[in-house]
Design a protein around this ligand. Structure first.
Ligand code: S3P
Length: 170
């Protein structure tokens, strides 16, 4: 089985994905890490040196490569992955997809501490961050909600989210 975790930046896709994969005795792949390895460059450098359009093309290319492979895995994708090209259709067709849904407050609290590693928000003034997330999340929600399952993550520890996903999928 291929399981794809989608959701906004800092919704916990990678942390949840790692533990979920362990519990299901399957491999875990983080699409951003996969892109970094294949491109031999960090996401931040890809954005700054080659631009977002190049990043989006590569993101789709590697997503297709993974979803068309014969392997089973838990894959966490980037916050923007479901929102470009026909990625969400591909994810829906080839995997069981789960949207990790987090509230604006949860995302804002996490992202204000970790924005430097994320090129889309790294240069935003702190006082503009919440408004940016609110608008961006609104634009992206219609893509995220095309996931097969939606799991709310607010006030839950990783283990609870993992159990909920396992119970939903199996
Ligand atoms: C992005 C999210 C990032 C990464 C890139 C773009 C986005 O992944 O793919 O910086 O468009 O939301 P995370 O969601 O893992 O931070």
């Amino acid at each position: 089985m291929k399981i794809v975790l989608i959701g906004y930046m800092a919704s916990g896709k990678s942390s949840v994905g790692k533990i979920l994969a362990e519990r299901l005795d399957t491999s875990f792949i983080d699409l951003d890490a996969y892109i970094e390895e294949k491109e031999n460059s960090s996401i931040t450098s890809i954005f700054s040196e080659k631009g977002e359009i190049y990043f989006r093309l590569k993101e789709t290319e590697y997503l297709e490569e993974l979803l068309n492979s014969k392997y089973n895995f838990v894959l966490s994708v980037g916050g923007g992955t479901p929102c470009y090209a026909n990625n969400i259709q591909l994810i829906a067709e080839k995997s069981k997809s789960v949207y990790l849904k987090s509230s604006l407050n949860t995302l804002h609290n996490r992202l204000k501490k970790q924005r430097k590693s994320r090129p889309l928000i790294a240069n935003l003034k702190l006082e503009k961050l919440k408004e940016f997330i609110a608008k961006h999340l609104f634009e992206r929600t219609s893509y995220y909600e095309q996931a097969k399952f939606i799991i709310s993550t607010d006030d839950k520890i990783i283990n609870e989210i993992v159990i909920e996903i396992k119970d939903t999928l199996i």
